[in-house]
Design a protein around this ligand. Sequence first.
Ligand SMILES: [Zn+2]
Length: 275
Amino acid sequence: MRAITAFRTARMTPSLRAALGFVVATAVAGAARRARALSPSGAVAAVLVGTAAVAAGWDWGALLIAFFVASSLLSRVRRGEKAAAAGAIAAKGDERDAVQVLANGALFALAALGYACAPGAAWQAMGGGALAAATADTWSTEIGLLAPRPPRSIVTLRPVPPGTSGGVTALGLLGGVLGASFIQIVAVLCHWPLGAAVAVVVGGVAGTLADSLFGALAQQRRWCDGCGAATERAVHACGQPTRIVGGIPWLDNDGVNALATLAGALAAASLVGRL
Ligand SMILES: [Zn+2]
């Protein structure tokens, strides 16, 4: 017991924490790899993000693990139904690759490195806001796919097929707010300043709304000529290459996710000092 207390209260340098964080992150990413939640490249990216997080502090590491575990578990809830609802449209499977991990985690990792160098509430709001945006987006997608009615475009309000970028449901929006609140609760439990924690939830909700808007207005749209169907895949489920029929050609779903975490980080950081 005394040893644990000593470990907790010991003032570790960021570089020592980074070394320990590397060990912990490698273990967690290895377990996630075995559970098929991460691809090999995704596991490498997760180790980088995890190491940066723990360099900032164990609280940052706890936030990252909370995000990852909750999102992975949520994606396994009623998986069959969700795959049936979105399988025709979604770009990628369950294993997250490096691009997906970094689209969700790169800004959080950069804010963690900033905090490790010069601790301050602005870095916490920025990193927490980015992570809350990624969480809100994941939760709104996972929970929204269970909605009984098809989503509606956030822009035109017309019904769109489940899984369509920019499509929202009331259940999905609620899921996004719950996801952002979950990160805020973990931040409060980690004794983050209340202002930063409140900024985090605002950033999360702003990020998920930005995700839907960018998804509806800017994301590339693909079409499979063979099936006559919209998709996010470069190669359709039927095996035929798809073509881009609208949106910004280079802006795919991962790019939209990265922009959403940026919106979440900026929204949260802009509130620091005003709460
Ligand atoms: Zn097809």
